[in-house]
Design a protein around this ligand. Sequence first.
Ligand SMILES: Cc1ncc(C[n+]2csc(CCOP(=O)(O)OP(=O)(O)O)c2C)c(N)n1
Ligand SMILES: [Mg+2]
Length: 872
Amino acid sequence: MTDLTELTASAFWRVTPPDLDPVETREWLEAFEALLEAEGAERATFLLRKLLERARARQVPLPPVFNTPYRNTIPLEEQPQYPGHLEIENRIGAAVRWNALAMVVRANRAHPELGGHIASYASAADLFEVGFNHFFRAGASGDLVYFQPHSAPGVYARAFLEGRLAEERLAHYRRETAGRGLSSYCHPWLMPDFWQFPTGSMGLGPINAIYQARFLRYLENRGILSTAGRKVWAFVGDGEMDEPESLAALSLAAREGLDNLIFVVNCNLQRLDGPVRGNGSIIQELEGLFAGAGWNVIKLMWGSDWDPLFARDRDGVIVRRLHETVDGEFQLYAATDGRFNREHFFNKYPELQAIVAHLSDEDIDRLRRGGHDPVKIYAAYHRAVRHAGQPSVILAKTKKGFGMGHWGQGKMGTHQQKKLDDEALREFRDRFALPLADEQLSSLAFFRPAEDSAEMKYLHARRQALGGYLPARAAAAPAIAVPEPAFARLREGSHGREHSTTMIFVQLLAHLLRDPALGRHVVPIVADEARTFGLQALFRQVGIYASFGQLYEPEDHDELLYYKEAKDGQILEEGITEAGAMSSWIAAATSYSSLGVPMLPCYIFYSMFGFQRVGDLLWAAADSRARGFLLGATAGRTTLSGEGLQHQDGTSHLAASTIPSLRAYDPCFGYELAVILQDGMRRMLEAQEDVFYYVTLMNENYAHPAIPAGAEEGILRGMYRLRAGGSHERRVQLLGSGAILREVIAAAEALEGAHGVAADVWSVTSFTELRWDGLLAAGASAAVAEARGRREPSRSWVAECLEATEGPIVAASDYVSAVADLIRPWVPRGRGYRALGTDGFGRSDTRAALRGFFAVDREHIVRAALAALQDS
Ligand SMILES: Cc1ncc(C[n+]2csc(CCOP(=O)(O)OP(=O)(O)O)c2C)c(N)n1
Ligand SMILES: [Mg+2]
């Protein structure tokens, strides 16, 4: 006998243990049926619960409880009336399907390299259409919809019908460089009036959607924005659910009771190469996962034409047959005709054969999966939007390449299919009853019903009833004035007191949080490292966001800075999930656009666990046109001395140099930090520039001087002369950044004193900004100019600073030498530029020992300078 305790939840649905006493089993079942008949479901549930309690108390092994049969969750009798006009909607849907297909096929006939997808949208079309016709609310208090990225052709095709995208744009699908095309996937950077949420990288859509829904609650609970009634919809592929990010925040969504969140997983049972779970069932597996995480699961499996079949099935033979069918077989049934399905699926058991005996092979061919029946889809959405207390997931069973006939439906390679011959196009037309002549088919003409047709009137009326069109992205939000005083104090220096830049930032943050205008818009975010960075004082000042408030008396309640959780708490303490914290940051950093409320997220993290850990989310942030601050704390390879290899960051600035809308800085002194942050806030909050910031912060304590006169411009552009050397015969230029600037200053002193060499010292606040500046000065490509603003060719800031100086140039930072090397093309020639850095593997030791080991300490800088002089 199978031991049920050994079965995983996903395997359980397929394995039924042998029945050792069928007569007894029947007696129990009949008793249960009689009870159900006589007293109803509520009583039946009660008794089952009692039985379960007793079984648990007696420690009887129970089957996993997170799976239900392979059927629709919503029974026929609970299905609401369909409120739409099905025939008109079908015609609209057919036109959208056709235009999506024509767009991709046309692009690839002309340029086979362009790519694109037909089969994914073909499976998702009905799921989208029911949303567009009946659920997705647009406008200022509308819903936020995350579209499955490679179904974008369908979203374009609909916008074309709606008159929002010209035919010219569809004709330039995936051809964007001339400025009139359409982007491959959902990219706000490329289509800033259209797409809101970038989902092109699988897994980021789902996790972003969860934190977006959570952020809506955060704004509501903090009294900043009423978000009640707004929904976040996320359309996700079943293959996409393999991504760790897709699953990472499921329990957060349930824990927070995010009933404003609806996932629709398009379960076409296929990913790119083949079936998602050929030997199992992705739907049952996902059901177990979501239900186990605490979600409301709605299985949308079978279309209305299955209802009469289930009604005829007294013994549960359909479900039995479904349960013994693995997804690889379902895929085969999708790719084959009614006759094959009858022979191989239905004819297995005589009872099952009888159930479909009245159906022709064509009827069997037309039996629909739930995700292709608007009536069933509507029922699922209707239930999901009304469900209270939990997020909902709709597991929609569909066919990949639905309607693409024997060229695409359910085929292993259908994901990549982008060409259809005339016969296939004719079949598609007939299948969806499209009013297209053969010539229109072969020329792949786009099709839009006449403006005064019933279809177009209906389409516009539905969207107007739902508040307008979508997706649509807003570009600006009300400006917020940046306060002056907090920054002014930092410009004066620390008057000899020793602080780390992290501490200075935290004090500044505390000030900003108190500002009457800006304060409430600041969103401090941490991933369980608030104490590491000395932020615990903020716990008490603004509280940690907790949607249920604080249900316990904190252990440290009698201390001044106790761990205060509050419903209107301001800090987002995400726990140990950098991906989650970044997703929260993105929600806040795009709130100016998606919610019309500008926020200033400040996510402070171990710099090592930023770019290398969540680099893809950082690109998604840039794509989203995010605005906010990322603070890479305990930064540098030698400054965070004791933690060793996996904690020591020597590369984040190199990675940061690749994102064009990111401004990255590595400041050393408090006034530099102040100038950078203030300028950033002005750009993001006042001037509405789509930029974001990465600023590294250190935990080394030292005194901070006052700002030298006239240094601002250089601080922002990337370098300025901090001090002029003496008047010796030999001269060097020393460049230092962040933590290593003080080594450079010490090296300059040694050179001036012991070696009789004049050393000018330059503080480099940003090698990366200097590089962008250099690229622009050299007449950068359109791609750079687009992100950074066009500039006439001119002298670079590096050249401007260094050309009039004398002597070899030596630079050092706490990052790999490639960072200081970023500016080499603009360093005046023949000056023996030496870039020092922390290449190699990190390790633990004291700061002094590490700087010696990596050869970025004062002695090595002196040596490098003397060697450069020798060579010159
Ligand atoms: C992070 C990432 N890895 C890989 C891809 C390439 N990719 C695009 S679609 C796809 C298959 C998606 O399958 P599924 O999620 O089931 O969607 P379907 O097309 O079946 O609806 C893959 C692997 C990607 N876009 N992002
Ligand atoms: Mg799939």
